[in-house]
Design a protein. Structure first.
Ligand code: PLP
Length: 383
């Protein structure tokens, strides 16, 4: 299989990650923080190592600033619902995933209002300005994606952070598509980073990360056992356990630590360069074939290495299912991001998304283009 659906989750995972997950099942089989016996303590130490690695990868002040979540959606919900109260206002962008928009919709029912700033691809000044114009005196948070999961459009999050900070507003960045691919640091301005480690950090599915710049306690969306201060019925105030109720995904945390080490050993810059090269090859090939492309080609600067296309007159699902039947994995439809499709005028048609990973080879991209050549020839003959 030629796997170009890495924006959904990366595949394959590096062998180190597979080994770390498997050996965690053998070595770290007791519940961390729930017992004083040696295996429980060894497991807690492994969790601590993973937490510390995550905190230092994104330059958080300390391990208490790294919260393990179920996925990136959970991390985004934790920030939005942990901060916003009735009467508050939020600024977001017009390219958001439902992981941001659905919590906002829910909060809207509780009296929170929000404004979507219009992103101008490739024009950071105009984008930052749009965010500035969307601010109101009651704005308590800005939240935006770093990279559109459909179009690869990159938002100038460092500049947005600097601007909103002038108004005393914190910025939460949805880094689902960028962590492990683009430079990303809490020292560069974001106050909260929500991460999908199962994508660019090559961790297993069922992992998520919330990183906070100051480690302050947020309101909880889930309460329960934390292994600490069990006598009290109040949720502990200390981070990260305040937000980590219930048993942790220990094999996931061990896999995440190995994934972080894999990305660090390759270097995000090198990974990004490789992915941009592969995405560009696919983009240019599709262009030559006459596919409909909606954005400029991926360059790593204005556009990250993920893009979407269509074949004129063909539903995106039909293109994806032909590719699937011929050994190429891509995703069609709306990619849980109707706003991003509305932005590009593809809400009706959807689009076919292509996203390479660190493992994608030139031969695989050529294989994908060969299938597309066959598909486009077939569809032209049908017309
Ligand atoms: N945000 C963006 C931009 C995404 O692309 C995704 C997943 O595709 C998410 C959030 C949600 O990530 P998860 O599936 O880990 O909850």
């Amino acid at each position: 299989m030629i796997y170009l659906d890495n924006a959904a989750t990366t595949y394959p995972k590096p062998p180190q990650v597979v080994t770390a997950v498997t050996s965690a099942l053998y070595k770290y089989g007791a519940n961390p923080g729930r017992g004083g016996h040696p295996m429980s303590m060894a497991t807690a130490e492994e969790v601590y190592r993973a937490r510390s690695a995550a905190a230092s990868f994104f330059h958080a002040p300390g391990p208490e600033c790294a919260v393990f979540t179920l996925n990136c959606t959970h991390a985004l919900n934790a920030v939005l619902k942990g901060i916003l109260k009735p009467g508050d206002h939020v600024v977001t962008s017009c390219l958001e995933h439902n992981a941001v928009l659905r919590p906002l919709k829910k909060l809207e029912e509780q009296g929170v209002s929000w404004t979507a700033a219009q992103v101008v691809p490739g024009d950071s000044d105009a984008t930052v300005d749009a965010f500035r114009r969307a601010l109101r005196p009651e704005t308590k948070l800005a939240v935006c994606t770093h990279v559109s999961n459909v179009w690869g459009i990159r938002l100038p999050v460092e500049r947005i952070a600097a601007m909103v900070h002038q108004y005393g507003v914190p910025l939460c960045v949805d880094a689902a598509q960028s962590a492990g691919v683009l430079p990303l640091s809490l020292e560069d301005g974001p106050d909260y980073l929500c991460i999908a480690p199962h994508k660019g950090l090559y961790a297993p599915m069922g992992t998520g990360l919330l990183l906070t710049a100051r480690g302050e306690a947020l309101d909880t969306i889930l309460e329960g056992g934390t292994g600490t201060n069990s006598i009290s019925l109040e949720q502990p105030g200390e981070m990260p356990e305040r937000l980590e109720s219930g048993t942790l995904n220990v094999p996931g945390a061990a896999g995440l630590r190995a994934g972080l080490a894999f990305v660090a050993s390759k270097g995000t810059e090198r990974i990004c360069r490789h992915e941009v090269e592969m995405a560009r090859l696919a983009y240019r090939g599709l262009k030559r074939l006459g596919a409909r492309l909606y954005t400029a080609e991926p360059d790593g600067a204005a556009y990250a290495p993920v893009f979407s296309f269509n074949v004129e007159g063909v539903p995106s699902e039909d293109t994806a299912s032909f590719l699937g039947a011929n050994g190429v994995a891509v995703r069609a439809g709306l990619h849980c991001a109707p706003a991003a499709h509305r932005f590009m005028g593809t809400l009706e048609s959807g689009a076919v998304r292509v996203c390479p990973s660190a493992f994608t080879s030139e031969k695989e991209v050529q294989g994908f283009l060969a299938v597309m050549t066959k598909f486009m020839k077939n569809s032209k003959e049908k017309v």
